[in-house]
Design a protein around this ligand. Sequence first.
Ligand code: AMP
Ligand code: ZN
Length: 487
Amino acid sequence: MEQNLFVYNTLSRKKEKFEPLNPPHVGMYVCGPTVYSDAHMGNTRTYISFDLIFRYLSHIGYKVRYVRNITDAGHLEGDAGDEGEDKIAKKAKLAQLEPMEIVQKYTVGFHEVMQIFNTLPPSIEPTATGHIIEQIEMVKEILAKGYAYEVDGSIYFDVEKYNQTQDYTILTGRNLDDLLVNTRTLGGQDDKHGKLDFALWIKAKPEHLMKWPSPWGIGFPGWHLECSAMSSKYLGHQFDIHGGGLDLAPTHHTNEIAQNVAACGKNPAKYWLHTNMLTVNGQKMSKSLGNSFLPHELISGNNKILSKGYSPMTVRFFMLQAHYRSTLDFGNEAMEASEKGFKRLMNAFSLLEGLKPSGSNEIEIQPLIDRCYAAMNDDFNSPVLIAELFEGTRIINSVHDGKMKINAENLQLLKTMMNTFVLDILGLKSEQAANDDLPKIMDMIIALRNEAKVNHDYATSDKIRNGLQQIGFKLNDSKEGTNWSKI
Ligand code: AMP
Ligand code: ZN
């Protein structure tokens, strides 16, 4: 925590020294996925970026409460997310399933993807449907403060009125007049008074599936409201970091700020952090543009734009080789370069354990460690950190080849540095380990089965044999003992 960490705050458009409101605690809210389809690689990039930030803040000693929600209702299709059909309900109708079956399916899938890329789970993962009461309370507060109005069972936020005393575009610094010119005019059917007004609570049509009673009749909450209600419930009216993809800043986050300020007079977060987009041929990866691909496609290579598959850690490494605020363009050549780079790093890592110190010393590691921290303290600059780790790799290889001498103290520093930055902070792991360790694990299982047989516990010994069979391993008993093979 003695670190001199600087983070880029979208709100001020500059790097600021990170000074949490209530150290050593840090409250961080990140907008989670809308669980109506598989998370694509663009979404995954955003969550890997915040995983890096979460890991680093924790590493330097902060006690981070990381809240990342699941949007399981209320996200409609329109640009501002408050017009048209509910994304989840639409999918449910198409698949002839309950909306909650869709929610369950894609929440489980999202968690699997997060695990595959070794991202740590958040501290709290609240769902929109689990916080309807809190959202209704917040609508009531905004109404009471005079910043919202009701039309036929729906409640809208009054942007024009808000902007008379507050700065509606404070987050992006955009010009409100330009915004008004570029927003389409209200249709005759529209209940909104102003073009920029957005729904806090939406009256449900009879055929609408996910709906709840409220003081204004049966309806459902607006997408922006969910995050305002859940962040203040778990992190208070003001917390340290609010994050999400850059595409969320102009509408979703702008509206979140307006709601929080209207309800309780405070911008909810001190630092607003935004991750930039994963692009394909320079275009944002997005489901609606049809240029998105899924994690399992990237791993298997089963997509027309991929020349082959890449391992999950290669993908994570590829993502971390770009700074989170730069766009990252996906390309097969770049992926292949990352594959080589990741292998080089992990090869050195595996040599490190076997390195022996010598009496003399030709290299000081502490300056390198300082540079690693300096990179991360400069707005989580993972590409610069990785460049420093390659310097570590070069040293490891030189010592291993006998071209450089390192004493015990520096060797220990080198080991600590590589473990800390590669495993704990970048969240990379060796993908070789599982295979290398397999023979040892199988020997242990065979020994347990032998023990069961010796004890005449044939139920257990059969259970082990059948269990292994089911996951693709065959045991072969002979006079010499038992060996195993893959089926
Ligand atoms: P969604 O499920 O659409 O609400 O998106 C989940 C998160 O992924 C949001 O924070 C988005 O900003 C982010 N996101 C969407 N597309 C991309 C992309 N191409 N690159 C990086 N992040 C993205
Ligand atoms: Zn949100």
